[in-house]
Design a protein around this ligand. Structure first.
Ligand code: ADP
Ligand code: MG
Length: 316
């Protein structure tokens, strides 16, 4: 089935489906989506990995399975059920996927795919941060936060935070979700205008994102894991018109996970998530513009190990 013209990592999902006649309707950086009709989608998490919005030419073995298992865990968790509705419908079973009048057999993707309600994705990434690190810490330092209080995207931050410090309370820092280019921070006013001034949707996104983060952060702490931040996506359910939680949830692609035992503010933490690959990319001298460099074998192996590690610690 391998095809020299197709990058290595593509082999892990599409060829198993397409010969049977399912058409990939959308290829994201990591997930392939197949429209099953009846307002349902099949979402297949591949082993692809992207950093700084570019997909690396090689994948991380087993990553799609980790993303799918972790998202499924959270999307079906009763604690999330108390907070909001989600797009999750059912797992993909080994015997196949009902698609219209047919059943498409694809045991190969059973562990890396789910069937969801199709929604109209809202063009924002809802990020909640409990700790100051990554792009927020970089901007804080650049604006002089070490000496004086600063305002970032409308939120005030007092002076003197160190990298990885815990914030007094989690902050909501939404960004645009752009098809091309990098995501931009949004102020409250910009956030509202990206949502077509829908005050109700804006309030739901903020409240639901904060509530899921709080719930998951508390759950994780009991397992010795810090969730430093998390990104959520929402969509409008095509049938009910309600805002529902879509996409992936609390995975190492969309959250930062740290070990509580090793936690020490004032330095970067050991990341059980994609930050490890971002750090390698920066160290390698990559200018963060496409094309993304090929990951060396040892980086692939270490990333795979860290993804398995966080899955085990959080949900197994
Ligand atoms: N229930 C849903 N209905 C419609 N689109 C969805 C749903 N869940 C996720 N998506 C979209 O599917 C895509 C998932 O693939 P991904 O690789 O994450 O893409 P991206 O490169 O845009 O991040 C995202 O664009 C996401 O917005
Ligand atoms: Mg995505």
């Amino acid at each position: 089935m391998a095809n020299a013209a197709v990058p290595e990592v593509m082999v892990d999902s599409r060829p198993f489906l397409e010969p049977k006649g399912l058409q990939c309707t959308h290829q994201g950086k990591v997930r392939d989506t197949y429209d099953l009709g009846n307002r349902t989608l099949l979402i297949v998490a591949t082993d692809r990995i992207s950093t700084f919005d570019s997909v690396h030419p090689n994948g991380i073995p087993g990553k799609g399975g980790v993303l799918n298992e972790m998202s499924t865990f959270w999307l079906t968790h009763p604690l999330i059920g108390r907070i909001c509705q989600t797009h999750y419908l059912r797992p993909v079973l080994e015997w196949g996927i009902p698609a219209g009048k047919r059943v498409v057999k694809c045991p190969e993707i059973a562990t890396r795919a789910m069937i969801v309600r199709r929604a109209k994705p809202l063009p924002v990434e809802c990020i909640v941060r409990g700790y100051i690190t990554g792009s927020l810490y970089a901007e804080y330092k650049e604006k002089g936060g070490s000496e004086r209080g600063v305002i970032i995207a409308g939120n005030p931050y007092q002076a003197g935070w160190k990298d990885s410090d815990r914030l007094p309370r989690p902050v909501f820092t939404p960004t645009t979700k752009t098809q091309v280019g990098h995501d931009q921070n949004l102020t409250k006013e910009e956030f509202l205008s990206v949502l077509d001034k829908d005050q109700n949707a804006a309030a739901v996104l903020l409240e639901v994102s904060m509530a899921i983060y709080d719930m998951a952060a508390e759950y994780a702490l009991r397992r010795g894991v810090i969730i430093a931040d998390a990104k959520f996506e929402f969509g409008i359910d095509e049938e009910t018109r309600e805002v529902i939680l879509i996409d992936e949830v609390l995975t190492p692609d969309s959250s930062r996970f740290w070990d509580l035992n090793d936690y020490e503010p004032g330095r970067p933490q050991r990341a059980m998530d994609k930050q490890y690959v971002r750090d390698w990319g920066i160290k390698s001298g990559w200018n963060r513009e496409p094309p993304a460099p090929k990951l060396p074998a040892e980086v692939v192996a270490e990333t795979a190990a860290r993804y398995q590690e966080i899955k085990k610690r959080l949900i197994d």
